[in-house]
Design a protein around this ligand. Structure first.
Ligand SMILES: *Cc1c(COP(=O)(O)O)cnc(C)c1O
Length: 382
């Protein structure tokens, strides 16, 4: 059917494109670390933490080894553990619930809002009731800012306040996004993010950070990431972890943070082109007034077998797609025995059957994107 030679495969996320732009600066920054040899908690880590806190208008940024560790460290700092319930959405990456289970607490799943993919704050009260009737003490809620878009933090805060829940924002996919015209990082009591390479602000390995305005929390986090150290490394006042951001990664992130606002704007232009090109045919994501997305994913909804046909048709044209997430957490083998909050999780199930994500990164040029849009339109109308 296709007489022309196969067009080049389009990358889903082009991590290499950015290297062409700032590769020289990054190589210099890494060489500086190789020169001073302070590989753990070297000067670049402190410098990056200061920049990161400033970037989102928070008092503290405490870096660590991954986004998952960032979440764990906060739960540990709060003393959340066995007998406690941690409320989180079912439609998310597994780490959100994993951390609750890792500290010995019980994740309780709530549904999400179909329009935003984010936690439905109206369901938090039901999840609290479910937790209590299971004999658990509801302690925290972890709203996730999925696919780069902030959750409704006003509604989450209102629901959490009523029950005195600690709010840990999982902004691993949305660091840099805004809600009520303010960058994520100061919604809730602590915000966790990830520097996994594929995230909007990624490093060249694993990394993460906690952002908080709470001085005491920041101190405890700094202790926990160093084996629970007290006044010095050989004074251990709590059980901690070995969870630091490598100095080399911090040096890389300092350079990447400089161009991050520009990359966020570029991602937004890509999202606008998709919305213009596809909005009449499929459900495209919408961003509420006062919010901006960093578009970790550009996720459209296509029901039933049409989704499989779309993925196959695009693949045949060298265009990769991905399904985030095909199985909501309440159906995963490792998580299905945990409670689901009152009201159920029907939207999470429906979204798992409908979502499909298109290539998205800051360096997706217009001609390549038109190739994707044209192929998507042809596949959807055929
Ligand atoms: C990536 C991710 C994490 C975990 O980050 P890592 O750095 O990979 O440990 C946590 N939550 C969400 C929603 C994520 O997307």
């Amino acid at each position: 059917m296709n007489q022309r030679p196969n067009p080049p495969m389009i990358p889903f996320i082009d991590v290499a494109a950015q290297r062409h732009r700032i590769g020289g600066a990054i190589d210099t920054a890494v060489a500086r670390v190789l020169g001073h040899c302070q590989f753990i908690l070297g000067p670049e880590v402190r410098a990056f933490e200061a920049e990161l806190a400033k970037f989102c208008g928070a008092r503290h940024a405490v870096t660590c080894a991954s986004g998952t560790d960032a979440l764990v460290l906060v739960l540990r700092a709060r003393g959340i553990g066995p007998g406690d319930a941690v409320i989180c959405p079912s439609f998310t990456f597994c780490a959100t619930a994993e951390v609750a289970a890792l500290v010995g607490a019980t994740p309780v799943f709530v549904d999400v809002d179909a329009a935003t993919f984010n936690i439905d704050a109206n369901r938090i009260a039901g999840a609290i009731a479910t937790a209590k009737s299971a004999g658990l003490t509801p302690k925290a809620v972890i709203p996730v800012d999925l696919f780069g878009l902030a959750a409704d933090h006003t509604a989450v805060a209102a629901a959490a306040e009523k029950a005195n829940l600690f709010i840990l924002d999982d902004a691993a996919q949305a660091f840099g996004a805004t809600f009520n015209n303010r960058r994520l990082g100061t919604f809730g009591h602590a915000t966790a993010t990830s520097f996994f390479p594929a995230k909007p602000l990624g490093c060249y390995g694993d990394g993460g950070a906690v952002i908080t305005d709470d001085d005491e929390m920041a101190d405890v986090l700094r202790s926990l990431r160093m084996h629970g150290q007290g006044s010095d490394r050989y004074d251990n006042i709590r059980i901690g972890l070995a969870s630091r951001l490598d100095t080399i990664q911090a040096a890389i992130l300092i350079e990447k943070l400089k161009i991050f606002p520009d990359e966020i704007a570029a991602r937004d232009r890509v999202a606008c082109r998709y919305a213009e090109g596809l909005g009449d045919l499929v459900v495209v994501p919408k961003v509420a007034a006062g919010s901006t997305s960093v578009w970790a994913q550009y996720t459209i909804r296509v029901a039933g077998r049409r989704r499989d046909r779309l993925a196959a048709a695009l693949k045949a044209e060298g265009i990769p797609t991905a399904i985030y997430y095909p199985i909501p957490l309440h159906r995963q083998q490792a998580y299905k025995h945990y409670p689901v909050g009152e009201g159920g999780v029907a939207v999470s199930d429906r979204l798992a059957a409908e979502v499909i994500s298109l290539p998205m990164h800051a360096y997706l040029d217009a001609p390549t994107q038109h190739r994707i849009i044209d192929a998507t339109r042809r596949a959807l109308v055929s």
